[in-house]
Design a binder for this molecule. Structure first.
Ligand SMILES: O=C1O[C@H](COP(=O)(O)O)[C@@H](O)[C@H](O)[C@H]1O
Length: 331
Protein backbone atom coordinates (compact mmCIF):
# COMPACT_ATOMS: atom_id res chain seq x y z
CA UNK A 1 0.00 0.00 0.00
CA UNK A 2 1.31 3.40 -0.90
CA UNK A 3 1.93 6.08 1.62
CA UNK A 4 -0.82 8.18 0.06
CA UNK A 5 -3.14 5.28 0.33
CA UNK A 6 -2.77 5.48 4.11
CA UNK A 7 -4.07 8.97 4.28
CA UNK A 8 -7.68 9.15 5.27
CA UNK A 9 -10.17 11.45 3.55
CA UNK A 10 -10.47 13.47 6.75
CA UNK A 11 -6.69 13.90 6.76
CA UNK A 12 -6.83 15.25 3.21
CA UNK A 13 -9.55 17.68 4.18
CA UNK A 14 -7.52 18.73 7.23
CA UNK A 15 -4.34 19.41 5.20
CA UNK A 16 -6.23 21.09 2.35
CA UNK A 17 -7.86 23.32 4.91
CA UNK A 18 -4.54 24.00 6.63
CA UNK A 19 -2.80 24.81 3.33
CA UNK A 20 -5.56 27.13 2.17
CA UNK A 21 -5.75 28.95 5.51
CA UNK A 22 -1.92 29.20 5.51
CA UNK A 23 -2.12 30.51 1.94
CA UNK A 24 -4.66 33.03 3.05
CA UNK A 25 -2.44 33.90 5.97
CA UNK A 26 0.56 34.34 3.67
CA UNK A 27 -1.55 36.44 1.32
CA UNK A 28 -2.79 38.68 4.16
CA UNK A 29 0.73 38.92 5.56
CA UNK A 30 2.20 39.85 2.14
CA UNK A 31 -0.44 42.52 1.60
CA UNK A 32 0.22 43.90 5.08
CA UNK A 33 4.01 43.86 4.49
CA UNK A 34 3.50 45.58 1.12
CA UNK A 35 1.41 48.34 2.68
CA UNK A 36 3.93 48.72 5.53
CA UNK A 37 6.79 48.94 3.01
CA UNK A 38 4.92 51.55 0.99
CA UNK A 39 4.29 53.61 4.14
CA UNK A 40 7.96 53.33 5.11
CA UNK A 41 9.11 54.50 1.66
CA UNK A 42 6.68 57.41 1.84
CA UNK A 43 8.00 58.30 5.30
CA UNK A 44 11.57 58.09 4.08
CA UNK A 45 10.91 60.90 1.61
CA UNK A 46 8.75 62.92 3.93
CA UNK A 47 9.49 65.44 6.63
CA UNK A 48 8.96 63.00 9.50
CA UNK A 49 11.83 60.64 8.90
CA UNK A 50 14.12 63.43 7.69
CA UNK A 51 13.62 65.18 11.00
CA UNK A 52 14.74 61.97 12.74
CA UNK A 53 17.94 62.20 10.71
CA UNK A 54 18.23 65.89 11.54
CA UNK A 55 17.83 67.08 7.97
CA UNK A 56 15.90 70.13 7.06
CA UNK A 57 13.02 69.10 4.85
CA UNK A 58 10.43 71.56 3.71
CA UNK A 59 7.32 70.77 1.74
CA UNK A 60 5.95 73.08 -0.92
CA UNK A 61 2.76 72.85 -2.89
CA UNK A 62 3.58 73.46 -6.51
CA UNK A 63 0.87 73.20 -9.17
CA UNK A 64 -1.15 71.03 -6.76
CA UNK A 65 1.77 68.64 -6.16
CA UNK A 66 3.55 68.46 -2.84
CA UNK A 67 7.28 68.69 -3.26
CA UNK A 68 9.66 67.96 -0.46
CA UNK A 69 12.85 69.97 -0.60
CA UNK A 70 15.79 68.81 1.48
CA UNK A 71 18.34 71.28 2.66
CA UNK A 72 21.59 69.46 3.32
CA UNK A 73 23.48 69.91 6.55
CA UNK A 74 22.22 71.09 9.87
CA UNK A 75 18.72 72.46 10.01
CA UNK A 76 18.44 76.22 10.12
CA UNK A 77 16.38 76.18 13.27
CA UNK A 78 18.45 76.52 16.40
CA UNK A 79 20.81 79.12 15.05
CA UNK A 80 18.03 81.44 13.97
CA UNK A 81 16.91 84.29 16.15
CA UNK A 82 13.68 86.01 15.15
CA UNK A 83 13.26 89.48 16.62
CA UNK A 84 9.92 91.20 16.08
CA UNK A 85 9.49 94.90 16.78
CA UNK A 86 6.55 97.23 16.83
CA UNK A 87 7.86 99.69 14.26
CA UNK A 88 10.67 100.27 11.77
CA UNK A 89 12.03 102.86 14.24
CA UNK A 90 12.32 100.13 16.91
CA UNK A 91 14.10 97.89 14.38
CA UNK A 92 16.61 100.69 13.69
CA UNK A 93 17.27 101.13 17.44
CA UNK A 94 17.78 97.40 18.06
CA UNK A 95 19.87 96.95 14.92
CA UNK A 96 22.29 99.70 15.99
CA UNK A 97 22.87 98.03 19.36
CA UNK A 98 23.31 94.60 17.75
CA UNK A 99 25.89 95.96 15.29
CA UNK A 100 27.75 97.97 17.94
CA UNK A 101 27.99 94.89 20.19
CA UNK A 102 29.32 92.75 17.33
CA UNK A 103 31.78 95.49 16.35
CA UNK A 104 33.24 95.51 19.88
CA UNK A 105 33.32 91.68 20.00
CA UNK A 106 35.03 91.12 16.63
CA UNK A 107 37.50 93.99 17.04
CA UNK A 108 38.50 92.51 20.41
CA UNK A 109 38.89 89.05 18.85
CA UNK A 110 40.50 89.93 15.48
CA UNK A 111 41.46 93.59 15.52
CA UNK A 112 38.98 94.38 12.72
CA UNK A 113 35.29 94.11 11.85
CA UNK A 114 34.32 93.05 8.32
CA UNK A 115 30.85 94.25 7.38
CA UNK A 116 28.97 93.48 4.18
CA UNK A 117 26.27 95.96 3.21
CA UNK A 118 23.17 95.45 1.06
CA UNK A 119 21.61 98.34 -0.78
CA UNK A 120 17.93 99.26 -0.60
CA UNK A 121 16.08 100.23 2.56
CA UNK A 122 18.76 98.74 4.80
CA UNK A 123 20.99 101.80 4.53
CA UNK A 124 18.37 104.07 6.09
CA UNK A 125 17.74 101.51 8.86
CA UNK A 126 21.40 101.98 9.91
CA UNK A 127 20.69 105.61 10.85
CA UNK A 128 20.84 105.07 14.64
CA UNK A 129 24.54 104.20 14.35
CA UNK A 130 25.09 107.82 13.34
CA UNK A 131 23.82 109.03 16.72
CA UNK A 132 25.26 108.92 20.26
CA UNK A 133 26.34 106.71 21.90
CA UNK A 134 27.41 104.69 18.84
CA UNK A 135 28.87 107.42 16.68
CA UNK A 136 31.45 108.10 19.42
CA UNK A 137 31.92 104.64 20.92
CA UNK A 138 32.40 102.46 17.80
CA UNK A 139 35.98 101.97 16.59
CA UNK A 140 35.16 102.96 13.03
CA UNK A 141 38.79 102.86 11.89
CA UNK A 142 38.73 99.06 12.34
CA UNK A 143 35.75 98.52 10.06
CA UNK A 144 36.17 96.98 6.61
CA UNK A 145 33.22 97.57 4.28
CA UNK A 146 32.13 95.31 1.39
CA UNK A 147 29.10 95.24 -0.89
CA UNK A 148 26.82 92.21 -0.97
CA UNK A 149 25.65 93.18 -4.43
CA UNK A 150 26.22 96.08 -6.72
CA UNK A 151 24.63 97.49 -9.80
CA UNK A 152 27.09 97.74 -12.71
CA UNK A 153 26.81 101.49 -13.12
CA UNK A 154 29.29 104.30 -12.34
CA UNK A 155 29.86 104.67 -8.61
CA UNK A 156 28.29 108.14 -8.67
CA UNK A 157 25.15 106.92 -10.47
CA UNK A 158 21.85 107.18 -8.53
CA UNK A 159 21.38 103.38 -8.92
CA UNK A 160 24.74 102.54 -7.35
CA UNK A 161 24.58 100.75 -3.98
CA UNK A 162 27.97 102.30 -3.18
CA UNK A 163 26.57 105.80 -3.70
CA UNK A 164 23.50 104.98 -1.61
CA UNK A 165 25.70 103.70 1.24
CA UNK A 166 28.15 106.60 0.89
CA UNK A 167 25.47 109.30 0.98
CA UNK A 168 23.36 107.69 3.69
CA UNK A 169 25.97 106.18 5.98
CA UNK A 170 29.65 105.87 5.02
CA UNK A 171 30.30 109.61 4.51
CA UNK A 172 29.00 110.24 8.03
CA UNK A 173 31.34 107.89 9.92
CA UNK A 174 35.16 107.95 10.11
CA UNK A 175 35.84 104.69 8.25
CA UNK A 176 39.10 105.11 6.27
CA UNK A 177 38.41 105.27 2.52
CA UNK A 178 40.97 102.51 1.95
CA UNK A 179 38.79 100.18 4.08
CA UNK A 180 35.80 100.58 1.75
CA UNK A 181 35.86 97.99 -1.04
CA UNK A 182 33.74 99.28 -3.92
CA UNK A 183 33.51 97.43 -7.23
CA UNK A 184 35.53 98.50 -10.27
CA UNK A 185 32.85 100.41 -12.19
CA UNK A 186 34.90 100.51 -15.39
CA UNK A 187 34.43 96.79 -16.04
CA UNK A 188 31.73 94.64 -17.66
CA UNK A 189 29.51 92.63 -15.27
CA UNK A 190 31.55 89.44 -15.91
CA UNK A 191 34.87 91.18 -15.31
CA UNK A 192 33.61 93.22 -12.35
CA UNK A 193 32.46 90.00 -10.63
CA UNK A 194 35.81 88.26 -11.29
CA UNK A 195 37.71 91.34 -10.18
CA UNK A 196 35.76 91.63 -6.90
CA UNK A 197 36.14 87.89 -6.21
CA UNK A 198 39.89 88.15 -6.92
CA UNK A 199 40.25 91.07 -4.52
CA UNK A 200 38.40 89.20 -1.77
CA UNK A 201 40.69 86.19 -2.27
CA UNK A 202 43.75 88.44 -2.04
CA UNK A 203 42.47 89.86 1.24
CA UNK A 204 42.06 86.30 2.57
CA UNK A 205 45.61 85.45 1.42
CA UNK A 206 46.94 88.53 3.18
CA UNK A 207 44.92 87.55 6.30
CA UNK A 208 42.95 90.81 6.15
CA UNK A 209 39.83 88.66 5.86
CA UNK A 210 39.32 85.36 7.65
CA UNK A 211 38.86 82.09 5.78
CA UNK A 212 35.90 79.96 6.73
CA UNK A 213 36.78 76.99 8.95
CA UNK A 214 34.45 74.69 7.01
CA UNK A 215 35.00 75.79 3.39
CA UNK A 216 37.27 77.69 1.02
CA UNK A 217 35.14 80.81 1.25
CA UNK A 218 35.89 84.02 3.13
CA UNK A 219 34.29 84.27 6.54
CA UNK A 220 32.87 87.77 6.98
CA UNK A 221 32.03 88.89 10.49
CA UNK A 222 28.66 90.43 9.66
CA UNK A 223 26.43 90.57 6.61
CA UNK A 224 23.49 92.97 6.64
CA UNK A 225 20.84 91.63 4.28
CA UNK A 226 17.68 93.22 3.02
CA UNK A 227 14.96 91.31 1.16
CA UNK A 228 12.74 92.33 -1.75
CA UNK A 229 8.97 91.61 -1.71
CA UNK A 230 9.65 88.73 -4.15
CA UNK A 231 11.97 87.10 -1.59
CA UNK A 232 15.20 88.05 -3.36
CA UNK A 233 18.32 88.76 -1.36
CA UNK A 234 21.50 90.37 -2.73
CA UNK A 235 20.96 90.13 -6.53
CA UNK A 236 19.90 86.48 -6.31
CA UNK A 237 16.47 86.28 -7.86
CA UNK A 238 13.80 83.69 -8.53
CA UNK A 239 14.10 82.11 -11.96
CA UNK A 240 17.75 83.05 -12.27
CA UNK A 241 20.49 80.44 -12.07
CA UNK A 242 22.87 82.57 -10.00
CA UNK A 243 21.10 81.46 -6.84
CA UNK A 244 22.30 77.88 -7.45
CA UNK A 245 25.98 78.82 -7.86
CA UNK A 246 28.15 76.47 -5.80
CA UNK A 247 31.77 77.42 -6.41
CA UNK A 248 32.08 81.08 -7.36
CA UNK A 249 32.25 83.71 -4.61
CA UNK A 250 30.88 86.53 -6.71
CA UNK A 251 28.82 86.22 -9.86
CA UNK A 252 26.99 88.52 -12.27
CA UNK A 253 23.53 88.91 -13.73
CA UNK A 254 22.65 90.77 -16.93
CA UNK A 255 18.87 90.40 -16.85
CA UNK A 256 17.91 91.31 -13.31
CA UNK A 257 14.10 91.46 -13.02
CA UNK A 258 14.59 94.52 -10.83
CA UNK A 259 16.33 97.39 -12.63
CA UNK A 260 19.09 98.08 -13.34
CA UNK A 261 19.55 94.81 -15.18
CA UNK A 262 23.35 94.44 -14.88
CA UNK A 263 24.64 93.61 -11.43
CA UNK A 264 27.21 91.60 -9.54
CA UNK A 265 26.36 89.66 -6.40
CA UNK A 266 27.79 87.49 -3.65
CA UNK A 267 26.73 83.85 -4.09
CA UNK A 268 25.00 81.75 -1.43
CA UNK A 269 28.11 79.74 -0.47
CA UNK A 270 29.93 83.00 0.32
CA UNK A 271 26.91 84.50 2.08
CA UNK A 272 26.39 81.37 4.16
CA UNK A 273 30.04 81.28 5.26
CA UNK A 274 29.44 84.41 7.37
CA UNK A 275 29.68 84.43 11.16
CA UNK A 276 26.60 86.62 11.60
CA UNK A 277 23.80 87.51 9.22
CA UNK A 278 21.14 90.08 10.03
CA UNK A 279 18.03 89.84 7.83
CA UNK A 280 16.52 93.29 8.14
CA UNK A 281 13.00 93.32 6.75
CA UNK A 282 10.40 96.01 7.30
CA UNK A 283 7.15 97.00 5.61
CA UNK A 284 4.01 95.18 4.53
CA UNK A 285 5.29 94.47 1.01
CA UNK A 286 7.58 91.83 2.46
CA UNK A 287 4.87 90.10 4.55
CA UNK A 288 4.15 87.19 2.17
CA UNK A 289 7.81 86.32 1.64
CA UNK A 290 8.46 86.57 5.40
CA UNK A 291 5.57 84.17 6.02
CA UNK A 292 7.05 81.63 3.61
CA UNK A 293 10.61 82.11 4.86
CA UNK A 294 9.58 81.56 8.46
CA UNK A 295 7.79 78.39 7.35
CA UNK A 296 4.30 79.38 8.37
CA UNK A 297 3.08 78.97 4.80
CA UNK A 298 3.74 76.51 2.05
CA UNK A 299 5.28 78.16 -0.96
CA UNK A 300 2.47 78.21 -3.49
CA UNK A 301 4.69 80.50 -5.52
CA UNK A 302 6.15 78.72 -8.50
CA UNK A 303 9.59 79.88 -7.31
CA UNK A 304 10.78 77.49 -4.67
CA UNK A 305 12.64 77.78 -2.51
CA UNK A 306 12.57 81.56 -2.41
CA UNK A 307 16.11 82.98 -2.47
CA UNK A 308 15.68 84.19 1.11
CA UNK A 309 15.02 80.60 2.21
CA UNK A 310 18.56 79.70 1.15
CA UNK A 311 20.07 82.05 3.72
CA UNK A 312 21.46 79.59 6.24
CA UNK A 313 24.81 80.68 7.64
CA UNK A 314 27.36 78.51 9.40
CA UNK A 315 27.16 81.20 12.07
CA UNK A 316 24.03 82.87 13.36
CA UNK A 317 21.03 84.32 11.54
CA UNK A 318 19.05 87.08 13.24
CA UNK A 319 15.84 88.41 11.73
CA UNK A 320 14.91 92.02 12.49
CA UNK A 321 11.24 92.45 11.59
CA UNK A 322 8.65 95.14 12.19
CA UNK A 323 4.89 94.64 12.71
CA UNK A 324 4.12 95.22 9.04
CA UNK A 325 6.62 92.62 7.84
CA UNK A 326 5.19 90.03 10.24
CA UNK A 327 1.54 90.83 9.45
CA UNK A 328 1.29 87.70 7.26
CA UNK A 329 2.23 85.42 10.16
CA UNK A 330 -1.08 85.96 11.96
CA UNK A 331 -3.18 85.49 8.79
O1 LIG B 1 18.01 95.52 -5.51
C1 LIG B 1 18.22 95.33 -4.34
O2 LIG B 1 17.19 94.99 -3.53
C2 LIG B 1 17.40 94.37 -2.26
C3 LIG B 1 16.16 94.65 -1.43
O3 LIG B 1 15.97 96.06 -1.36
P1 LIG B 1 14.83 96.74 -0.46
O4 LIG B 1 14.81 98.18 -0.91
O5 LIG B 1 13.54 96.02 -0.78
O6 LIG B 1 15.23 96.61 0.96
C4 LIG B 1 18.67 94.85 -1.60
O7 LIG B 1 18.90 94.11 -0.43
C5 LIG B 1 19.81 94.71 -2.60
O8 LIG B 1 21.05 95.04 -2.01
C6 LIG B 1 19.53 95.61 -3.75
O9 LIG B 1 20.56 95.61 -4.72
Amino acid sequence: MSFLGDIQKSDVAFWANAVSSDGLLILVFSAFAGVALAIMIRLLVSNHISRLFNQNAVSYTHRSRTITYFQKGKPQMGKVNILKFHSEEDVAVALAKYIADLSAKFIKENGSFSVVLSGGTLIDTLRKLLEPPYIDSIEWSKWLIFFLDERVVPLNHPDSNYKLALDGFLSKVPIPKSNIYAINDKLSPEDAADDYEGRLKQLVNKSKLKKSGSSEFANFDLMLLGMGPDGHVASLFCWHFQRFEKTKWVTFIKDSPKPPSERITFTFPLINAASEIAMVVTGEDAADAVKIALRKASNSNSCFPLPVEKVSPVGKLTWFLDNDATSGLSR
